[in-house]
Design a protein around this ligand. Structure first.
Ligand code: SF4
Ligand code: SF4
Length: 438
C-alpha cells in the first residue's frame, strides 16, 4: 500500500449520526413478509414455491439459472399466501412472495456450514448463501470473488466508510460483531490467495478502529490492517476508497480486480464470517432507522421482506406525517412510494422526514460559481452535462465523460442554486446508454 499524501476532492456533510450509540435491537418477526424476487443486479429470481406451501427460515424460495444472480431465501417460517406484483424501489414492477409467518422461526433442515475444499467450492458456497454487495451495490458476491484474473489479485479492501449522513449500522456492526469481520477477512483472503487486507474506516469511528486493531493484534493477523480515512463524503464510494487505500486510480468501467484488488463492504465481509460458521443464508439485515418523522430512531436487525411500516412501528411509529421516506442515505438513497415497500438485502437505512428536512428547495438560476466542479472527486463538469442533456447531445455528453460520474450527488449538495445536478447526471447517463443501443 502506498501512503497517500493527496486526496480526491470530497465535501463536508453534516454527519447527523444520532444513532451511533444505539445498540442494535432485534425486531420481532412481523405477521407477514413480502420477499422481492429482484434483490440484486442481474436477472430476477423465479419463485421456487407456490401459494399454500409451508416454508422455513433459510429455505431457498427464489432462484434462476442466469449467471448474474443470487438465490433468495425465506426469512421466516410460515405459509406462502401469494405471489404478487409489487412496485419496486426503482419504480418498476417486481414479483414478490408473500408469507404469513407462524412466529415459530423453524429453521430449514438443510442448513449447515459449507464444506469448502477448493476455490470453486468457495464460490459455489457464496452463491448458495444468497450474498450480494450489502453496501448498496447488490452485485452478486460470488461473481466478485471469482474474477478471471484472480492470480493477479493480491489485496482485499474492506469498505467500512459510512460517509452518508444519519447511517450508523456499519459502525454498530464494527462495535458489536468485530469477530465476524475478522473471520470474514481471513476466510476470503485464504480462499482467494490474497496477501494483504485493509479495512478502511473513517476517523470519526475511533472506537471501532481501536477495537479492531486490538483484536487483530491479539489474534496475530499482521496481514490485516485498518486504514484511517478522512470523515468526508464520498469516502465510501468504491473508486474513491480504492484510490485512498492504494493510490491507484480506478476509472468507471474498470473492475477492482484489474487493479489487483477485491473490494467488499464491511457488512458483506462480516456475513461471510457468520455464514461459514453457521451456514445460515442471508435472511436478515441490520439497518439504521432515523429521520425527523421517526419517534425512536434505532439500529435494528429485521427479517428481509419486513415492510417499512412494520419497521417504523417497531421504532415507536411516526411522530409527524412523513413527507419523504428514503431507503438508504440522503445523498444516494432512493425515495420510496409507500411504506408498504419491503426491506431488501442491500438496504442499510430507512429515513423518514417531516417538516423542514422533507422540503425540496426551489431551484434558482446558475450563478456560474464553479462549486459543483470543485466538489467533484473526478473533476467533472456538471453544468456542461446539464446543458448537453438539455440539448439531447449524446456525443457531447460522451466527450465530457458523463460515464465517469458515479452519481454521488456532491455537486448538487454544494450548489447554491439548488440545481438537481446529480439527478440530471443520472438521466444523462441513461440517455447516453439508450442512444448507444439504437
Ligand atoms: S454526481 Fe457525478 S458529477 Fe456530481 S460530484 Fe458526483 S461524480 Fe462528480
Ligand atoms: S454550483 Fe450550481 S450555481 Fe454554481 S456553477 Fe454549479 S450549477 Fe451553477
Amino acid at each position: 500500500m502506498s501512503q497517500q499524501k493527496k486526496h480526491l476532492q470530497s465535501i463536508r456533510v453534516s454527519h447527523e449520526k444520532h444513532t451511533s450509540a444505539c445498540e442494535t435491537q432485534v425486531m420481532p418477526v412481523p405477521d407477514t413478509v413480502c420477499i422481492s424476487m429482484s434483490q440484486h443486479i442481474g436477472a430476477p429470481c423465479k419463485p421456487l414455491v407456490k401459494k399454500g406451501d409451508y416454508v422455513k427460515v433459510g429455505q431457498p424460495i427464489g432462484d434462476t439459472d442466469a449467471f448474474v444472480s443470487a438465490p433468495i431465501h425465506s426469512s421466516v417460517s410460515g405459509t406462502v399466501t401469494g405471489i404478487e406484483g409489487i412496485r419496486s424501489v426503482m419504480g418498476g414492477e417486481d414479483q414478490a412472495i408473500v408469507i404469513e409467518t407462524d412466529k415459530k422461526q423453524e429453521v430449514w433442515e438443510e442448513i449447515k456450514p459449507p464444506e469448502v475444499n477448493s476455490r470453486e467450492d468457495f464460490v459455489k458456497a457464496i452463491r448458495a448463501s444468497g450474498l450480494v454487495g450489502l453496501g448498496g451495490a447488490s452485485f452478486p458476491t460470488h461473481i466478485k470473488y471469482n474474477p478471471q484474473n484472480i492470480d493477479e489479485v493480491d489485496t482485499l479492501i474492506v469498505n467500512g466508510a459510512e460517509c452518508e449522513p444519519f447511517i450508523t449500522s456499519d459502525h454498530r456492526l464494527m462495535l458489536e460483531n468485530p469477530q465476524e469481520i475478522i473471520d470474514g477477512c481471513v476466510i476470503v483472503m485464504e480462499q482467494l490467495g490474497l496477501k494483504e487486507g485493509y479495512i478502511g474506516i473513517e476517523e470519526n469511528k475511533q472506537d471501532a478502529i481501536s477495537l479492531l486493531n486490538k483484536m487483530l493484534a491479539e489474534q496475530n493477523h499482521p496481514e490485516i490492517k485498518t486504514v484511517t480515512l478522512r470523515a468526508r463524503y464520498p469516502q465510501g464510494a468504491e473508486r474513491v476508497l480504492v484510490y485512498e487505500v492504494t493510490g491507484k486510480t480506478m476509472n468507471a468501467g474498470v473492475l477492482p480486480a484489474q487493479l489487483g484488488v477485491i473490494l467488499s463492504n464491511i457488512t458483506t465481509i462480516a456475513f461471510v464470517g457468520q455464514y461459514f460458521k453457521t451456514g445460515r443464508p442471508l435472511t436478515t439485515k441490520r439497518i439504521t432507522v432515523d429521520g425527523s418523522a421517526v419517534t425512536e430512531p434505532k439500529n435494528i436487525i429485521a427479517p428481509i421482506g419486513t415492510s417499512i411500516a412494520d419497521i417504523i412501528a417497531f421504532c415507536g411509529g411516526y411522530k409527524a406525517e412523513p413527507k419523504k421516506i428514503l431507503m438508504g442515505g440522503p445523498m444516494m438513497g432512493r425515495a420510496i412510494f409507500s411504506d408498504r415497500t419491503p426491506l431488501v438485502k442491500n438496504n442499510n437505512a430507512i429515513l423518514a422526514f417531516a417538516g423542514a428536512q422533507a422540503i425540496i428547495p426551489e431551484e434558482t438560476g446558475c450563478i456560474n460559481c464553479g462549486k459543483c466542479h470543485k466538489a467533484c472527486p473526478f473533476k467533472l463538469l456538471p453544468t456542461a452535462f446539464a446543458t448537453a442533456y438539455e440539448n439531447k447531445d449524446a456525443d457531447r455528453l460522451n466527450q465530457l465523460q458523463i460515464m465517469q460520474c458515479m452519481e454521488c450527488g456532491s455537486c448538487s449538495y454544494v450548489c447554491p442554486a439548488r440545481r438537481p445536478l446529480g439527478f440530471i447526471n443520472k438521466l444523462s447517463k441513461a440517455f447516453v446508454k439508450e442512444e448507444a443501443n439504437k
